[in-house]
Design a protein around this ligand. Structure first.
Ligand code: HEC
Ligand code: HEC
Length: 492
């Protein structure tokens, strides 16, 4: 079955016109999720290029799969009541209850007020879109308005029901989560969803260009979509649980916010440290009349990170794993130019105790790269440059910043240390052991079979856009010398 799917993969568009008529093709009429062999023999994995969802069911078929599970959360209920017609980000916001009311809008009177969703932009992310997010392509986050604001003082006031959404241009995907009161024996828990969509460029020769992916064009004219939940995604590189349930099965699921408290230097919030420079770059690229990432035109600066903090804290997630203590880091950087606090947080992620940490400073980008892209983006927006000429808006980081953000491993590591920093996040003993990815357990490197190590060697040498390439390029990459070092370790 997986092999049949493989033939179609990469070339099979996701159907058109919403879920009706989406799934299937003459090549692979029943292309299901790759059969999950469970731990044991190494799996060659899907044979395809591009997205990790390439071999999963699609469109109406996938929606039927999901709705048959009978979930009790507001997102499942919204999608399963009657199959919705969705052709834009705004349609999705409306469906899940995160749409804006008509203006006028004011700073302080919009986020989480007057019927609008809570929202905030971030200029940096350690999520599944980590390599695409910067101040010129910020990530937008929307959430049910919390029952408080800022640091939790006193007993938490959880929302009886909540939804949240994350969106980053460049991905053609919308991240959703919702509290399902029926989970966990009636105590409630969080479900995660990925709405993967297609546009005309998805099936065009040459695929989608930065002009398709990083401009307002990416937010409308969907030609098809598929909704996956965290169960569908668990053995793919888009697995939500590896970060939102980092302790593995049976442990709490969580909302995440690494820089939870003031000075919020990665969040584009009114009095966040460094925000003026972040906003200068953002506005130099994006004209005032552009709606951005689900936020109406002119409203991008009205987000409220104090509401996101309260949303996270009041709903039970005051304690964040390896929290980024921005205040201490800033003070140390100001005094000595380095931060021991950041170094120790980074070290803890380098040895795979935690997911990667955010950059130590508010701005992680190379100013020369940013200025070139700002010039191109503003020219495209003004109609002076064809969108097809826009450069890669995600190519904004210096090599040093990429290592600090774990888009690349730390410099000077041994092959074994690289395997820990780069692979163990998804290949360890505490995450779900019932799926094939668990066979490649970096914590048990010395007892891995020859066949498993050979499969790892094969995968690190595959082309970067191959579905089976490791590490997944969505998160990180290795250079030739690092591949050689890892290979030498795996050859032992
Ligand atoms: C973001 C999570 C993630 C990271 C990081 C990651 N992997 Fe994977 N890996 C997966 C998933 C999910 C699968 C299962 C799907 C598949 O077979 O492609 C997998 C499968 C594998 C397999 C096949 C396991 C089997 O026996 O079926 C090997 C080998 C592997 N990865 C090696 C590596 C190596 C080596 C690295 C680091 C250089 C790495 N992975 C980094 C998520 C990850
Ligand atoms: C590599 C770790 C990682 C993975 C994998 C991941 N997330 Fe997240 N997620 C984060 C972090 C960190 C944040 C905080 C904001 C940021 O850094 O962008 C976040 C924030 C969110 C938010 C905003 C609400 C909140 O918790 O702050 C949503 C919604 C979300 N993620 C959904 C998902 C979904 C759906 C998936 C799977 C398709 C997923 N995430 C996979 C790390 C991850």
């Amino acid at each position: 079955m997986a092999v049949a799917g493989a033939a179609a993969c990469g070339s099979q568009p996701d159907g058109t016109g919403g879920p009706s008529g989406s799934p299937g093709s003459s090549v692979a009429p029943d292309a299901a999720a790759p059969a999950d062999p469970g731990p044991g023999a190494p799996s060659a994995g899907p044979v395809c290029t591009g997205e990790a969802t390439a071999l999963l069911d699609k469109g109406a078929k996938q929606l039927t799969n999901l709705c048959a599970r009978g979930y009790g959360d507001p997102i499942s209920r919204a999608f399963c009541a009657t199959p919705p017609t969705l052709t834009s980000l705004a349609d999705v916001q409306k469906l899940v209850g995160l749409a804006f009311k008509p203006g006028p809008y004011t700073n302080g009177g919009t986020s989480g007020k007057n019927g609008n969703p809570g929202f905030i932009l971030t200029a940096q992310s350690t999520s599944i879109t980590t390599r695409k997010v910067s101040q010129i392509n910020p990530r937008t986050i929307f959430f049910t308005p919390p029952l408080g604001r800022g640091r939790l003082s006193g007993p938490p006031q959880p929302n009886p029901s909540y939804v949240a959404m994350g969106f980053t241009r460049g991905d053609m995907a919308i991240e959703l989560l919702a509290k399902d009161p029926t989970m966990n024996g009636g105590k409630g828990d969080i479900r995660f969803f990925l709405l993967k969509y297609e546009q005309a460029c998805s099936s065009a020769p040459g695929g989608c260009t930065p002009g398709d992916l990083y401009t307002p064009a990416v937010e409308s004219n969907f030609t098809g979509w598929s909704l996956y939940d965290d169960e569908d995604l668990k053995n793919t590189t888009l697995d939500c649980r590896q970060c939102h349930q980092p302790g593995g099965p049976g442990t709490p699921r969580m909302l995440r916010m690494q820089e939870l408290q003031r000075p919020w230097q990665h969040w584009m919030y009114n009095d966040a440290t460094g925000v003026a420079a972040l906003r200068t770059d953002f506005h130099a690229a994006h004209p005032a009349n552009e709606s951005y990432g689900g936020i109406p035109a002119g409203v991008a600066d009205f987000g409220d990170v104090q509401q996101l903090e309260a949303f996270v804290e009041n709903n039970g997630f005051l304690v964040q794993p390896n929290e980024f203590p921005g205040k201490a880091i800033l003070a140390e950087l100001g005094a000595t130019g380095t931060s021991a606090t950041w170094q120790s947080a980074y070290k803890a992620s380098e040895v795979a105790q935690f997911i990667p940490v955010p950059y130590f400073d508010s701005m992680a980008t190379d100013p020369v790269k940013v200025q070139a892209l700002v010039g191109q983006y503003s020219a495209v927006a003004a109609g002076r440059l064809p969108a097809s000429q826009l450069g890669d808006m995600s190519d904004v980081f210096s090599d040093v910043a990429q290592r600090a953000m774990t888009h690349k491993p730390a410099a000077g590591l041994t092959g074994r240390q690289i395997l820990v920093q780069v692979c163990q996040q998804c290949h360890n003993s505490h995450l779900d052991q019932m799926i094939s990815r668990a066979t490649m357990n970096v914590e048990r490197l010395d007892t891995l079979s020859r066949a498993e190590k050979d499969e790892a060697i094969r995968r690190i040498n595959l082309p970067k856009d191959d579905c089976s390439h490791m590490p997944p390029q969505r998160f990180r990459e290795l250079d030739a010398a690092e591949i050689a070092a890892v290979q030498a370790e795996l050859a032992k």
